[in-house]
Design a protein around this ligand. Structure first.
Ligand code: DSN
Length: 426
């Protein structure tokens, strides 16, 4: 190839020639994504533009440090991409500072702990069985091992965050930091109230916005950014970007956050992913994305309501976000079995504990469904009704292989009308 000739990177034919074994897995995964129903609340279909950055030669570059202050030469090109991305993040979210380098949401959260706390410090966070995340103090995670994490939860009567309990625990334990954000909480969080509690006890306000940041980017729900000291998130959920993480903060915390990421816990950033983050931030600033974010919530509300019509119960009565948590005890089937039966029927979702679940997390009494991916495919109100019917039939199908096959074929008929890759409307 002549110098100067355009070469952007991914040449799938080359992979097929060189390593057909791995190429065939890539193809079957694409087919699985195309044909089955993707209802895992943390997944989405990113655009081909984002995918192009991730398979690009930016992957080859070491760029430890930050733009203009790198520990390696030859960073002038990747500096440009990171600076563009930082500016886009600040503009989109109205943030004072942005760090695009975290490799993942968990890495971003490690950096937040490192920036604001020392091992042994007390942190207040949402309990895992009530919807929190592993990095919010689970005993098997670094957060639960190295920190004294006190958990708050939801009220039993309405399944909404118990802000009175949160405040009482904050006054009692005087945490260094209070975390809000969850992986299975379908309602909005009152960030103003959390800020007041943080101010009352002198705690850092940390919002783990991984699940809902895409809805914030699309202006479909209120933003935590004006209230929080620091907001961490993944970039691949509703936001629809590359797999990775990001941190926004007030300017006064910028140095602490940057130092916590590098050299605190990461070496070289994955510059191909940083470029993907820059690309998605531009996509998110469009009216089309704002319309998408609104539609994700409408679809989820419709799906939750249709599942209720099928005899199941939506935790907290429904949803205000992209995910719904469904108590399926009325079907006589537990979350684990429901997850397996749906899987065999071509429906990807996950078992999930419901608040005050009598079952263990490995079994659980619920399922979690999300509409980020199906909305990207262009599905709407009518399809949510069909999906609710398919889920209900799959759960109640017993272990009848024929029924699973029949449901799967109906799933495939539905998804055939809503193509992904080449994407229709991202
Ligand atoms: N694994 C993600 C989820 O499914 O919610 C959280 O990191």
């Amino acid at each position: 190839m002549a110098r100067g000739e355009k070469y952007y990177g991914p040449d799938f034919n080359a992979l097929e020639r060189q390593d057909p074994e791995i190429a065939s897995v890539v193809i079957s995964e694409l087919e699985r994504q195309r044909h089955d129903l993707q209802l895992i609340a943390s997944e989405n279909f990113t655009s081909s533009a984002v995918l192009a950055t991730m398979g690009s030669t930016l992957s080859n570059k070491y760029a430890e440090g930050y733009p203009g202050k790198r520990y390696y030469g030859g960073c002038e090109e990747v500096d440009k991409v990171e600076l563009i991305g930082i500016q886009r993040a600040k503009d989109l979210f109205g943030a004072e500072h942005a760090n695009l380098q975290p490799h993942s949401g968990a890495s971003a959260n490690v950096a937040v702990y490192q920036a604001f706390t020392k091992p042994g410090d007390t942190v207040l966070a949402m309990s895992l069985p009530h919807g929190g995340h592993l990095t919010h103090g689970a005993k098997v995670n670094f957060s639960g091992k190295w920190f004294n994490v006190v958990s708050y939860g939801v009220r039993q009567d309405n399944e909404l965050i118990d802000y009175d309990q949160l405040r009482d625990l904050a006054l009692e334990h005087k945490p260094k930091m209070i975390c809000s954000g969850a992986t299975a909480y379908p309602s909005l969080i009152d960030f103003e109230k959390v800020r007041q509690i943080c101010d009352e006890v002198g705690a850092i306000m940390w919002v783990d916005a991984a699940h809902f940041i895409g809805l914030v980017a699309g202006k479909a729900i209120p933003s935590p950014v004006p209230y929080a000291d620091v907001v961490s998130f993944t970039t691949h959920k509703v936001l629809r970007g590359p797999r990775g993480g990001m941190i926004l903060s007030k300017e006064k915390h910028a140095a602490a956050i940057d130092k916590a990421i590098f050299p605190g816990m990461q070496g070289g950033p994955i510059m191909s992913a940083v470029a993907g983050k820059a690309v998605v931030l531009k996509e998110c600033a469009t009216a089309a994305y704002q319309n998408y974010a609104k539609k994700v919530i409408e679809n989820c509300q419709a799906l939750a309501s249709d599942l209720q019509s099928e005899g199941m119960r939506a935790v907290s009565g429904g949803t205000q976000t992209h995910l719904a948590l469904i108590d399926i005890r009325s079907t006589g089937v537990n979350g684990k079995v429901a997850d397996e039966r749906c899987g065999k029927s071509g429906i990807s979702l996950n078992k999930n504990s419901i608040p005050f679940d009598p079952e263990s997390p490995a079994v659980s009494s619920g399922i979690r469904v999300g509409t980020a991916a199906v909305t990207t495919q262009g599905m709407g109100r009518e399809e949510m009704k069909v999906i609710a019917g398919l889920i209900s039939r799959a759960i109640k199908s017993g272990d009848d292989e024929n029924q699973a096959k029949e449901i799967k074929s109906e799933v495939h008929q539905l998804t055939k009308r809503f193509s992904v890759y080449p994407e229709p409307s991202i």
